[in-house]
Design a protein around this ligand. Structure first.
Ligand SMILES: O=C(O)C1=C[C@@H](OP(=O)(O)O)[C@@H](O)[C@H](O)C1
Ligand SMILES: C=C(OP(=O)(O)O)C(=O)O
Length: 410
C-alpha cells in the first residue's frame, strides 16, 4: 500500500498512543519467567505480538519477523532455559542483523547455539541448558539489546549473573530501563562502572505493571507540532518520570519551538512563538530511534543540523543513514553521512510530490509523514508502520493528515 498524504493544517486532537514496545517486550519476558506478573497497556505492535506468540513455544521454528528485541531477548531466554529446542529465525533483514556478541556471551555461559546459515547471524538453532557459570563479559558498543537480553533472564538463574561491559556503552537508557523494570517487579540489581549485578530471584509478589505509552511514537507528534503554525496535541498515558530514553524529546524539541506540558498522565504538545535557531546539533547515542524524526523536522523547518552518535543506525531495520540520505535528497535535502553522523544543509523549501521509499522500516514511513504539512507526498509501503504503531495512519487522519491509497486511486 502506497499512501498519498496531504494536509490543510494540523487539527487539535487527543491521541492514545499504544504502550511502549520496549517496556512491553521486557515485561513479557519477565512474565514468562514469573507468571504472577500482570501487564496492562501492552503494546499492540507487531514486534510485541510476535514475542507473545513465541513465548508460547519451546520447540520448533520460531519466526519473529523484523523484531530486534524479540530476536535478542528470546535468544537468551531459550538458551538458558532447560529443555527448549528451537530454531529462531526472522525476516530477510533480521538475518543480516548481527548476533555474535550475544551468542558468544551465552556460549561462554555454556549455551548450545549454532548458526544455521551464516556465522554470526540468524537463524539460530538453540538447545536450552541450565548454566553453571555466574559471570560473563561482552562488548557494549554495538547494541544494548544484547545486554538487556542477559539482564532479563539473569535473576531466574540459580546464582544470578554478573555482566561486565567492555568498550563504550551504547543506547544506555535502554539498559537503565531494563534495570528499572527488574527493580519494579522486585528483582534487585545494580549497574555501576560498566558492571551489572543481578542476584538470583526465583519468585516475585503478585502485581500489576502498567506500561507507559511509547515515546518513540510520540516523536512524530513532536515533529508535526514543530512544523505547524499553532496546533496543540494531547497524548494520553505518559509519565513525567519516564523509563524511556526517548522522553528526551521534551528537551530536544524546545529547539524547534515545541513546549511539553503534563496534566495528570496526559502530555500536551504546544507550538510556542519561540525564535528558531538556524542550526542545531544533537548527540543521539542515547536516543537512536528518534534520529530520523529529528532529521526530517529540520528539513521541514529549513534549518541545518548535525546529528552525532548514530553508529547503531546502520544495523537497524535498514541502514537508516543511507536511507535518510537517499530519501531526504528526493525532497531537496543535501546530507553528508559518515558511519556515525549525519549533517543536513539548510533547505529553504522542500520539493513537491516526492515518493518516499521505506525499506521495511516503520520509522522511515512515520518520520516523513509530518512533511505532509509542507507538501503533498507519497509514502511507499506505508503498512510498515505496524512494526511499532499499527494505528499510525488512522491517528494521522485524526490530526488532519489526509491519506489515500495511491495504487487504487482513491
Ligand atoms: O532495548 C530496546 O528496547 C531497544 C534498544 C535500542 O537498540 P540498540 O541498543 O541496538 O541501539 C533501540 O534502537 C531499539 O528500538 C529498542
Ligand atoms: C530499532 C528498532 O527496533 P528493533 O531493533 O527492536 O528491531 C526500532 O524500533 O526503531
Amino acid at each position: 500500500m502506497n499512501l498519498k498524504l496531504s494536509s490543510s493544517g494540523l487539527k487539535n486532537a487527543s491521541i492514545a498512543v499504544t504502550g511502549s514496545k520496549s517496556e512491553s517486550n521486557r515485561l513479557l519476558i519477565l512474565q514468562a519467567l514469573y507468571p504472577n506478573l500482570t501487564i496492562t497497556n501492552v503494546s499492540n505492535s507487531d514486534d510485541t505480538k510476535v514475542l507473545q506468540k513465541a513465548l508460547q513455544q519451546n520447540q520448533g521454528i520460531v519466526d519473529i519477523h523484523h523484531a530486534g528485541t524479540a530476536m535478542r531477548f528470546l535468544t537468551a531466554y531459550y538458551a538458558l532455559k532447560a529443555n527448549t529446542d528451537v530454531t529462531l529465525t526472522g525476516s530477510k533483514r533480521m538475518k543480516e542483523r548481527p548476533m555474535s556478541i550475544l551468542v558468544d556471551a551465552l556460549k561462554k555461559l555454556g549455551a548450545q547455539i549454532t548458526y544455521k546459515t551464516n556465522d554470526g547471524f540468524p537463524p539460530l538453532l538453540i538447545k536450552g541448558i541450565t548454566p553453571e557459570k555466574t559471570s560473563v563479559s561482552l562488548n557494549a558498543n554495538v547494541s544494548s539489546q544484547y545486554i538487556s537480553a542477559l539482564m532479563l533472564v539473569a535473576a531466574s538463574l540459580n546464582s544470578g549473573l554478573d555482566i561486565q561491559l567492555k568498550g563504550r556503552v551504547t543506547s544506555v537508557p535502554y539498559i537503565n530501563m531494563t534495570l528499572s523494570l527488574l527493580n519494579r517487579v522486585g528483582i534487585r540489581g545494580t549497574f555501576k562502572n560498566n558492571s551489572i549485578t543481578i542476584p538470583p530471584c526465583q519468585s516475585i509478589a503478585d502485581q500489576i505493571v502498567v506500561v507507559e505509552s511509547d515515546w518513540s511514537s510520540a516523536s512524530y507528534y513532536y515533529s508535526l507540532v514543530a512544523l505547524s503554525k499553532n496546533a496543540e496535541i494531547s497524548l494520553t498515558s505518559y509519565r513525567q518520570e519516564s523509563l524511556q530514553g526517548d522522553s528526551a524529546l521534551k528537551e530536544i524539541y524546545t529547539a524547534f519551538g515545541v513546549e511539553t506540558l503534563f496534566s495528570d498522565n496526559t502530555l500536551l504538545l504546544k507550538k510556542t512563538s519561540h525564535k528558531l535557531q538556524k542550526h542545531v546539533e544533537f548527540d543521539l547515542s542515547n536516543t537512536p530511534d528518534i534520529a530520523q524524526t529529528i532529521a526530517v523536522t529540520c528539513l521541514g523547518l529549513g534549518i541545518s543540523c548535525k546529528l552525532t552518535g548514530l553508529h547503531t543506525l546502520k544495523i537497524k531495520e535498514t541502514d537508516r543513514l543511507t536511507a535518510l540520505k537517499t530519501e531526504l535528497y528526493k525532497l531537496g535535502g543535501i546530507t553528508i553521512i559518515t558511519n556515525d553522523t549525519l549533517e543536513l544543509k539548510a533547505t529553504p523549501s522542500v520539493n513537491r510530490n516526492a515518493e518516499i521509499d521505506t525499506y521495511n522500516d516503520h520509522r522511515m514511513a512515520m518520520a516523513f509523514a509530518p512533511l505532509a504539512l509542507k507538501t503533498d507526498l507519497t509514502i511507499n509501503d506505508a503498512g510498515v508502520v505496524s512494526k511499532s504503531y499499527p494505528t499510525f495512519w488512522e491517528d494521522m487522519n485524526s490530526v488532519g493528515i489526509t491519506t489515500f491509497n495511491a495504487e487504487k486511486g482513491h
